[in-house]
Design a protein around this ligand. Structure first.
Ligand SMILES: *Cc1c(COP(=O)(O)O)cnc(C)c1O
Length: 396
């Protein structure tokens, strides 16, 4: 069996020829491809606006700016995510307030979100326990809770109804990190349609890829105009050349990437169906195993958009030993996620320690992402599963 890659984009001749055609035109940035790609994503998601940007991270950054998040403001988010979802809060000198996650789905726990928002709005003593350790006992500056930033982990939407109720009660903006969830549904509605702005990412391991790239979707006309300005060096849509109304960025998506994305989004049903098939092959082989637990999908609310296939290695089997055994058989695998609050610079800056978010840390210890993509074959899944089941027995 040749090496099985961790992930692999699903690229056909259609994508190759679309990118080639762009290269034969003079428009390599902000041309017809991005306009068409934005239209296609807006129509697929069912949002009024879509704004192409050069990564998921830059999209999240712009959404945080649009939400009015400023120095010392607070944003409630999850520590069980890819680091970008918390970093974008730091880019604006604001403070991510982590709350722990649901042990079944790994998504932010809405009950804790409600408690946290209540306590933070009451101020001082009640608020304290939610603040990062290193600033908990600082003389309190005025800190305003501005925004909720849930993440749809692994392609399963967060439990949005109670989260939106908290936002309404406290008058907060909501940003969905939908970077792993294009096409996913919660109670029949698509990820990306619940909030003031949502962001999709198109890195090569995502369901849809543009190489590097991303897309913000929003129903707000004011935010649409703001995003178009912010991604383009702060130039307003009515500004002339080299007239910059506000501080902006170069977060533009180039035309080759947009053409690739357009070709991909036109195949999205096929792309998602292939991934769902691979997930099902895994589920069939790994269900009801003593030492391996298959992903939990909330039965009444979730329609999954499979981004990764993450199992839990159950004690007494040791996840790191399993990884080693898989590696020796040519099979890559990854801990996913590694908790954000325990990343070195979060520990240093905010004083976090193991034990601060026990559910997140537990999931961080037992979760293992297996090789996964829409182009994986059933034979490859067979091989990975055989090796995995052998490996867990060796890792006791
Ligand atoms: C992929 C991803 C992002 C954005 O990643 P980029 O590499 O900047 O496109 C953000 N959040 C989550 C949860 C992701 O998985």
């Amino acid at each position: 069996m040749p090496n099985v890659p961790m992930s692999c984009p699903d690229i056909t001749d259609v994508e190759i020829s679309a990118v080639n055609q762009v290269l034969q035109t003079p428009s390599l940035s902000i041309g017809p491809q991005i306009v068409a790609f934005e239209k296609a994503v807006a129509s697929f998601v069912g949002s009024r606006h879509a704004i192409g940007i050069n990564s998921g991270t830059s999209g999240l950054h712009l959404a945080v700016i649009a939400a009015g998040v400023q120095e010392n403001d607070l944003v409630i988010t999850t520590p069980f995510s890819f680091i970008a979802s918390a970093n974008v809060v730091l880019y604006e000198r604001a403070i991510p307030i982590f709350v722990d996650v649901d042990p079944k789905t790994g998504n932010i726990d809405p009950v804790l979100v409600a408690e946290c928002a209540n306590d933070l709005s009451q101020g001082d003593s009640a608020a304290k326990k939610w603040l990062p350790p290193s600033i908990r006992n600082q003389k309190s500056e005025i800190r305003n809770l501005k925004c909720l930033l849930p993440v749809h982990a692994y392609g399963q939407p967060a439990d949005m109804d109670p989260i939106l109720a908290v936002a309404r009660q406290h008058n907060l903006s909501v940003i969905e990190d939908a970077c792993e969830a294009i096409g996913a549904e919660y109670k029949g509605c698509k990820a990306g349609t619940f909030s003031d702005a949502a962001v999709f990412a198109f890195y090569p391991n995502k369901q849809v890829t543009t190489g590097e790239g991303g897309m913000i979707v929003t129903n707000r006309d004011d935010w649409d105009v703001l995003f178009r300005s912010l991604r383009n060096q702060g130039r307003d849509v009515f500004d002339g050349w080299l007239n910059h109304t506000r501080l902006g960025y170069n977060y533009r998506l180039d035309e080759m990437s947009a053409a690739l994305g357009l070709a991909q989004i036109q195949r999205i049903d096929e792309l998602l169906a292939k991934r769902a098939q691979v997930a099902q092959w895994y589920n069939e082989r790994l269900a009801n195993q003593e030492l391996v637990q298959v992903p939990y999908i909330a039965p009444n609310t979730t329609c999954m958009s499979w981004f990764v296939y993450v199992v839990r290695i159950k004690p007494p089997a040791q996840r790191e030993q399993v990884r080693g055994h898989l590696e020796a058989q040519g099979i890559p695998s990854r801990p996913y996620f590694t908790p954000i609050h325990l990343q070195p610079f979060y520990r240093e800056r905010f004083g976090y320690q193991p034990g601060d978010f026990p559910v997140t840390e537990y999931l961080g210890d037992v979760s293992l992402a297996l090789p996964f993509s829409g182009v994986m074959t059933e034979t490859q899944v067979d091989y990975v599963c055989e090796c995995l089941l052998r490996s867990v027995r060796l890792a006791l």
